[in-house]
Structure formats: C-alpha cells, structure tokens
Design a protein around this ligand. Structure first.
Ligand SMILES: Nc1ncnc2c1ncn2[C@@H]1O[C@H](COP(=O)(O)OP(=O)(O)OP(=O)(O)O)[C@@H](O)[C@H]1O
Length: 326
C-alpha cells in the first residue's frame, strides 16, 4: 500500500540554524504517527515541510501521493502549533467560517460537539479559556473531514478531561480511516494514541517504531523507586543494582533511589531489607519502563552527541586558526 506521508532526507536551514538534517519518515494509510522530541528538535519544521507551509532546502516530501503544495486541500487537515483565529467570532461562527472554505464540509455543530464545546458555542473566541480555544482550533482542522490530519501539539493547554475528549476524537478519526500525524510533548498521549512513534532530535529521526518496540529496545529495565535520603551504598548487599534516579541530561535527585530490573514479587524482600537495617523511607513505587524512559534516554544520547560535535567543531576551527597563524 502506498504511504500517505513520505519524507526522504529532508533538510531545512534557517540562517546558521539547521532545523532538519536528513529527516525521513513514512506513514501508512490509517496510521496514527506521533513525532516526539526536545524543544527545537525540528518537529514543527517537519510538519511545515510536509504540509507545504515551508519549502525544504533538500530531500523529498510527498503526501497523499502528491507534492505538499499541490495536494487537494479538501483532503488535508492542519492544526498548526501557533494558530490565532479571529478573536471576535464565537466558537460556532469560527467553525461555520472554516467549513465555508470547503465544498463538502461537515456540519459545524457536529464538530462543536466532537470537541466538547456545545455549551461554549456562542462565546467569542477571545473569551474562551486557553484550553477551549485550543479545542476550537482542533475543530477547525476537522471541518473538511480530512483523509490526512496533521496536529502540532493538539492538547497543549487543555485540561485532563478535555485532553481525553480530544484523544477519543483522534481515536475515532483513526478508526474511521483518517491518517494522523501528531507532535506532542506528552508521552502518555503518544503512547496511548500512536501506532508508531518517531523520536526527532537535532533535525533527524533517531528512532522510530511502535511504542512497545521502542520501550523494549530503549526503555531499560523495570524500576522500584524507594523514597529515601539514604545513600545508594547502604543497598550494597541487595542483589539488585541500586542508583539515584536519573532525571535526564545527567541530573539525579537525592531523596530517592531506584532498584533496577526487579520483579514485583521481590518488592517484599526489599521492604524486609529496609526494615532489617532500619533504613528510613517514605514511599515505594514500582514501574515498568515507558515511552518517557525511551525519550529521556535517546534525547540524552542525542544531546551528548550534539555537544561532542560542537566541541569537535570548535577544536577543528581552533586548529585551523592556529594553522593560519603558523
Ligand atoms: N522561521 C524560523 N526562523 C528561524 N529559525 C527557525 C524558524 N523556525 C524554526 N526555527 C529554528 O529551527 C529549529 C527547529 O525548530 P522547530 O520549531 O521545528 O522545533 P520543535 O521540535 O517543533 O520545537 P518545540 O518542541 O519547541 O515546538 C529551532 O532551532 C528553531 O529556533
């Protein structure tokens, strides 16, 4: 089956900044594909290159079998990260307005219901809460019942209940065959919605796969977190690896330790160990690795590689300068 989204080696530079450095991604019909990655990794730029709002400097992008700028706009839905509709139109009027841009649009009231805003339909956009505003924006990307939907951080600023409304909406769309590409910083969102996840770092996809495969390959081991100020050394006689929790980028916390690769059935033995040695603790929690662990591990590796590259670059230019003056 032909991919609905096909990006090959996309490059994009803004002056000195490289936003995309060979990003390749392929999304199958009906898939929900989530792009995750640190701030500035290039997610929005990739979405913009794929939706025809920015022209890449290199590589090739195709969506729905066409170049992004040539694709039938009636088949495409786009929610940009920054989107400011007219402030003095009500939620309903905005959806009516956007629906009017298409020949065969959905009933705006149905869209209003889908995004959970029937009660706020007559409120001016500027008087809606931030989360309600974002939901109207999500609705505006759906009015044409697109075959392919790009959502750039759709749930940012939306409260937990509203976020679930949007998640269910995306799930229903996917069940109905819509292909969805979404960017998010919410790992629970990616894990719940995405068939596949692509982690973008430094303008390139450093890992992609189903959430399960990514967790298996990069998530590390299960962990038992013990909230204690005790030094990890006091756990030396325990038959498990014990360390301070890593909060990413080399940062650790000092009021907890993590017991690695431990079966839930063995938690009792750890409690016995703590009690026998009179080691004070205020809580215990066990967790399997998840997408957040994958994210923290891979983003950390990418960041270290970037720093190394920058340092090597600085060394090389120092050498070149030294060569010039010699
Ligand atoms: N129009 C622009 N002009 C100049 N630089 C830009 C422009 N758009 C993006 N950039 C730069 O390109 C890089 C990638 O930005 P991009 O917005 O794609 O990242 P992102 O992964 O979406 O980040 P975030 O998670 O913060 O939304 C950043 O360094 C950004 O500053």
């Amino acid at each position: 089956m032909e991919a609905v989204v096909e990006a090959t080696d996309l490059e994009k530079r803004y002056g000195e900044t490289t936003a995309l450095s060979g990003a390749s991604v392929s999304v199958e019909p009906g898939e929900v594909f989530s792009l995750i990655g640190p701030n500035g990794a290039g997610k929005t730029t990739l979405v913009r290159a794929l939706t025809g709002t920015t022209e890449p400097d290199g590589g090739r992008a195709r969506i729905l079998g066409e170049s992004p700028s040539a694709v039938d706009r009636g088949r495409l839905g786009v929610l940009p990260q920054e989107f400011s509709p007219p402030a003095r139109l009500s939620a309903r009027e905005l959806l009516v307005y956007y629906a009017g841009l298409y020949d065969d649009a959905r009933d705006p009231d149905d869209v209003l219901a889908d995004v959970g805003l029937v009660d706020a339909g007559d409120t001016w956009y500027e008087d809606l809460s931030g989360g309600q505003q974002r939901r109207v924006c999500v609705g505006s990307a759906l009015v044409n019942d697109p075959d392919l939907l790009f959502l750039d951080e759709p749930t940012t600023g939306i409260d937990p209940a509203g976020r679930r409304t949007v998640w269910r909406l995306i799930e229903d769309l996917a069940d109905g065959g819509t292909t969805v590409v979404l960017t998010t910083h919410d790992m629970a969102e990616a894990e719940r919605l995405a068939d596949r996840v692509g982690l973008l770092a430094d303008g390139t996809i450093v890992a992609q796969g189903t959430p399960e495969a990514l967790v298996r390959d990069h998530g590390g081991s299960s962990r038992l977190t013990v909230e204690t100020a005790a030094d990890p050394d006091v756990f030396a006689d325990l038959e498990y690896a014990v360390e301070r929790p890593d909060r990413g980028r080399g940062r650790t916390v000092d009021d907890a330790v993590v017991v690695r690769d431990i079966d839930p059935a063995a938690i009792g033995a750890v409690v016995d160990y703590l009690e026998a040695r009179d080691i004070g603790y205020t809580g215990l929690s066990w967790a399997e690795p998840d997408l957040e662990d994958v994210y923290l591990t891979l983003a950390d590796v990418a960041e270290r590689e970037r720093t190394d590259r920058l340092e090597r670059g600085a060394d090389e230019s120092d050498l070149a300068r030294a060569g010039e003056t010699a």
